[in-house]
Design a protein around this ligand. Structure first.
Ligand code: UDP
Length: 490
């Protein structure tokens, strides 16, 4: 069947493969999905993305721009049932929800999208559905139309293996306190964690709505057709193998997805509109020496207190390093006061530190040769973008699966050092003192250890680029996936 499908595609007798992408409404999920759709389009697949009205602008600008380059992506807009789920009107993105209660409601709202998804499938009749991990019910919807459902988690093989190992063996139950270490059993490396570093649903498989969703997420990995992973084999071979061969998942690695953005326009326009003109940002960086600027950013959903932001400012200043710092205030984003800023800080830092209030053109910044280090919350997109730019990192995990990614960066890849965050929390976070920030900023930018980490990170940068080029591991795995989808259709 496979050969017949390949032949039909080559002869052009089979028509275009149509893949429908349905990302979760959060930037860390929508940004890589758009990259993925672009990548599929570049391989001759017809991609369609489904999203909701208020999230549509995240896609439309890029879709319109790349249309001129001959890359066609369609967008279908559905209605987000915010009010029905008890959310305020206009709440359609995970970066707008801050309390546990609102998060549960947000998930309930996404659970109500089932009928609309069915309608879209009935109308468009795609050949495959790539739906976010947070939509475990999408597997059943796809089955009604007899098409394969692929899952997109948007995280590392390492994190996928760690969370499944915790679900299977519950090593967290073998310790008597939240701060005592336990080891992940039957894992490729010895990885120590504490209960404090785990999400609530991983600590205890309780009875809450969210806990149930997370169990369904894991179960749907087994009932769906397979998993698409934004990673490359050479980065985490032991975990790519473990996930497939020991945990028995069918998976394709096709990343780093962000590498499909090669031009300034592509790199500078991902997610929201940047709060700084990209050319101003590049001019500022152009005036700096190679590897002399530290980039500090905590992803799309940071929720720091003003007191913590104050400590970061103090630590950065004391470190004497040049920096770009993306300051976001979570719930306080709209407040005009600048309580987080030490007196005269921005003035004193003029020329030395650039503060971006809001959204940064992250990939553009990371790829600039002046940037020599990255303080990251370990969201997987950020980690992979840092790896693709060849940067050593200071790891400061907050929530989600970020504590797992920290372990990969610091203990397996050895391209980063930990700031010392020890508790998983989605609430406004604080607790890291200026001394730790000062020390880490210096340690990652200058000295022998920094150079060693930087040279290891540079090697990964080269391998990442090779992986997505013709003949590379990710390039080949995407080919295999497309071929398989073609034969399924056949
Ligand atoms: N990002 C960006 N500018 C910002 C903050 C984030 O471009 O100011 C992008 C970043 O490049 C990454 C994504 O948003 O692609 C964030 O995803 P990640 O997995 O790192 O973290 P999350 O936001 O999901 O916690």
């Amino acid at each position: 069947i496979k050969d017949a499908a390949r032949k039909a595609v080559e002869e052009g007798t089979m028509g275009q493969l149509h893949v429908l992408f349905f990302p979760f409404m959060a930037h860390g999920h929508m940004i890589p999905t758009l990259d993925m759709a672009k990548l599929f389009a570049l391989r001759g697949v017809k991609p369609t993305i489904i999203t909701t009205a208020l999230n549509a602008p995240i896609f439309t600008k890029t879709i319109d721009r790349i249309k001129n380059l001959g890359i066609e992506i369609s967008l279908i807009v559905i209605r987000f049932p915010a009010l029905e789920a008890g959310l305020p009107e206009g709440c359609e993105n995970a970066d707008q929800v801050h309390s546990e209660e609102m998060i549960s409601k947000f998930f309930k709202a996404t659970g109500m999208l089932q009928e609309q998804l069915e309608h879209v499938l009935r109308e468009t009749r795609p050949d495959c559905l790539v739906a976010d991990m947070f939509f475990p019910w999408a597997t059943d919807v796809a089955a009604k139309f007899n098409i394969p459902r692929l899952i997109f988690h948007g995280t590392s093989f390492f994190a996928l293996c760690a969370s499944e190992t915790i679900r299977l063996y519950e090593p967290q139950k073998s310790v008597s306190s939240d701060s005592e270490h336990f080891i992940l059993p039957r894992f490729p490396h010895e990885i120590k964690l504490t209960r404090m570093q785990l999400a609530g649903h991983d600590r205890e498989h309780g009875d809450t709505y969210l806990s149930k969703v997370f169990i369904q997420v894991k179960e749907s990995e087994l009932t769906s057709y397979g998993v698409i992973v934004n990673s490359f084999y050479e980065l985490e071979p032991a975990y790519a193998d473990h996930y497939r061969m020991v945990l028995g998942r069918k998976a394709w690695h096709i990343g780093p997805l962000s590498l499909c953005n090669r031009e300034v326009e592509d790199k500078g326009q991902r997610g929201k509109e940047a709060a700084i003109d990209k050319h101003d940002c590049l001019t500022w960086l152009d005036s700096k020496k190679p590897d002399s600027v530290l980039y500090v950013c905590f992803g799309s959903m940071p929720n720091f207190t003003d007191a913590q932001l104050y400590e970061i400012a103090k630590g950065l200043e004391a470190s004497g390093q040049q920096f770009i710092w993306v300051v976001r205030r979570g719930e306080k984003e709209e407040e005009e006061n600048e309580k987080w800023q030490p007196e005269g800080f921005e003035e004193r830092m003029k020329g030395k530190g650039l503060i971006i209030r809001g959204w940064a053109p992250q990939v553009l910044v990371l790829d600039h040769e002046a940037v020599g280090g990255f303080v990251t919350h370990c969201g997987w997109n950020s980690v992979l973008e840092g790896v693709s730019a060849g940067l050593p990192m200071v790891t400061w995990p907050l929530f989600a699966e970020q504590f797992y990614n920290e372990k990969l960066v610091t203990e397996i890849l050895k391209i980063g050092l930990s700031i010392g965050a020890h508790e998983w929390t989605r609430k406004a976070t604080d607790g890291i003192e200026r001394e730790a920030i000062e020390k880490a900023a210096k340690q990652i930018m200058v000295g022998e250890e920094a150079e060693e980490m930087r040279s290891r990170a540079r090697a990964f940068k080269d391998t990442a680029r090779k992986a997505v080029e013709e003949g590379g591991s990710s390039y080949t795995d995407l080919n295999t996936l497309i071929e398989e989808l073609n034969s399924y259709r056949h």
